[in-house]
Design a protein around this ligand. Structure first.
Ligand code: AHM
Ligand code: MG
Length: 334
């Protein structure tokens, strides 16, 4: 029993990443170092969140407004800086693209050695922070293409199939890190006493169908009719139940293990919906496809969506195959 527990504790994220990459090439070393940095960011953010209620100035707003026109929360700003700090002087990442930064953040001292771009949402579901319920961080890794001399990040305006890895960190009762490097989806739990992410489940497969649908029904009259018809169908049929927390990471985490569907359709005000393609929708789509589920914008796979700018948004229907297909059957009705 002791040995079993020891074996489990020793299956840390860093060991697991190296196993996934199955090589000790320079690329593998870099990706593994990169994942370790992301894990460090997760630990720093988790620590801050666990103490935020005790710390003056850790909660509430900064008084600034971000590129999305949203008021910036202290935790958004702090968590964004965490990612910058862990990747500075890492030699790994040339550029950072974040929900909290209007422009691409270039790290010249890492280039041209650093061959990767990290795209991330430092705090997903920020409105949950002040009331002490779950939030998350979302990340995607892309290979740097070209030198991006003009700093415009044109090479990032490509499909999500260009991602070489993606994942999220869920700050809940415990902190979890879920990732994929294209060979399955794996979940880790942060053991605070070790300061390590320890393997919890490997090769996660999302159930083909689940009871949960997860959508902000407050937008009902803002949607196109087919979405309303879908929701009416859900209301009239047994076996479905609604769950919506205001943080996509938490809602999708539930679906990954229990099945079901999460939607954020376009609205009259925002025809592309709310979620950002590069650092919210595409990384989640990558994980869900790796887990055997589906992710669609209503017309095509999210992973095929080509954003027209780095902060572009896309409608999202994501989760279990059967449940995504059910939504799609309403969208394709004549
Ligand atoms: P955020 O990254 O600014 O927090 O926004 C993303 C979040 C998602 O986590 C969540 O599903 C959605 O916004 C909730 O938005 P709404 O309140 O419109 O339902
Ligand atoms: Mg977000």
């Amino acid at each position: 029993e002791e040995i079993l527990a020891l074996d489990r504790d020793c299956t840390t994220l860093s060991r697991h990443v190296l196993q996934q990459l199955q090589s000790f090439s320079a690329d593998a070393q870099d990706v593994s170092a990169l994942m370790n940095r992301i894990a460090l960011a997760g630990k720093l953010i988790a620590r801050r969140l666990s103490q935020a209620g005790l710390m003056a100035g850790a909660l509430g707003f900064t008084g600034e407004v971000n590129v999305q026109g949203e008021e910036v929360k202290q935790m958004d700003a702090y968590s964004n800086d965490v990612f910058i700090s862990v990747f500075k002087q890492s030699g790994l990442v040339c550029r950072l693209v974040s929900e909290e930064m209007d422009e691409i953040y270039h790290i010249p001292e890492n280039c041209p050695l650093g061959r990767y771009t990290l795209l991330y949402d430092p705090i997903d579901g920020s409105s949950n922070v002040d009331i002490n319920i779950n939030v998350g961080s979302v990340f995607a890794i892309r290979q740097q293409e070209g030198d991006d001399l003009d700093g415009s990040g044109q090479d990032l305006l490509q499909s999500g199939r260009k991602q070489i890895g993606a994942g999220y960190i869920l700050y809940g009762p415990s902190t979890m890190l879920i990732y994929s490097l294209g060979t399955g989806v794996h979940a880790f739990v942060l053991d605070p006493s070790l300061g390590e992410f320890v393997l919890a489940s490997e090769n996660i497969k999302i159930p083909k169908h689940g009871a949960v649908y997860s959508v902000n029904e407050g937008n009902f009259w803002q949607w196109d009719e087919p979405y309303r018809n879908y929701i009416r169908y859900m209301h009239r049929h047994e076996g479905y139940t609604a769950r919506y927390s205001g943080a996509m990471v938490g809602d999708l985490h539930r679906l990954l293990f229990q099945g079901g569907v999460f939607l954020y359709p376009g609205t009259q005000k925002n025809p592309e919906g709310k979620l950002r393609t590069l650092y919210e929708a595409a990384p989640m789509a990558y994980l869900v496809e790796q887990a055997g589920g589906l992710a669609s914008d209503g017309q095509q796979a999210i992973l095929d969506v080509i954003p027209d700018q780095i902060h572009a948004r896309t409608p999202v229907i994501i989760g279990s195959q059967a449940d995504v297909e059910l939504v799609q059957s309403f969208l394709s009705e004549p």
